[in-house]
Design a protein around this ligand. Sequence first.
Ligand SMILES: CC(C)(COP(=O)(O)OP(=O)(O)OC[C@H]1O[C@@H](n2cnc3c(N)ncnc32)[C@H](O)[C@@H]1OP(=O)(O)O)[C@@H](O)C(=O)NCCC(=O)NCCS
Length: 174
Amino acid sequence: MLEKFFSRKVEFDILPMQATHCRAASVIHGERFSRGWSDGEFHDLLGQDTVGGHVALQTGIAPHEGVAGFVLSRTAAGEAEILSIGVHARVARQGLGWRLMRAALADIVARDAATVFLEVDETNTAARALYSKLGFRKVAERPAYYAGPDGKKTTAHVMRLDLNLSRNSRSAKP
Ligand SMILES: CC(C)(COP(=O)(O)OP(=O)(O)OC[C@H]1O[C@@H](n2cnc3c(N)ncnc32)[C@H](O)[C@@H]1OP(=O)(O)O)[C@@H](O)C(=O)NCCC(=O)NCCS
């Protein structure tokens, strides 16, 4: 009985991001990106009307403790951009990145945008595979766009996804 309890699979909910999640999101960002975003930067972005955010929250845990991932997007004039997405390394490859992106895309559709862009480092195989699986396609390259901690420059891929603004996509759940 106890064994069953301790081996129980951890569940996550995908929920709209709120101010209480910003600190935890900035910790994940700091761990997963070479230039971290502060708590305040998350607050500022989330406060903008054009910006939407979601978090992956461990079911039944306090919001400031259970954040395992986040996504932020900006939508304006019928176009959207994925600003950032990050999932805690401890829970990588459990489908949270996929679910967060699906939530962001549903939010973008609800804001009446039909085209989504993002930038990704060509060496980031995990993110590129996630975006390709979602249907994003490379439309441009920006050579020497990113600089690693060792100063080495890498190319950015600009990727695009055209969304179907039909009734079905509007009701898509993450
Ligand atoms: C990219 C990132 C968000 C993916 O999150 P995740 O929760 O681990 O991804 P998921 O489990 O949802 O994976 C969905 C799909 O993405 C692809 N993918 C994810 N991680 C991968 C990896 N390490 N290698 C290859 N493909 C991978 C696979 O196609 C996967 O589907 P599958 O498991 O059915 O094969 C995560 O690796 C991350 O936070 N990275 C650091 C921050 C970052 O690079 N953000 C993107 C900046 S542009």
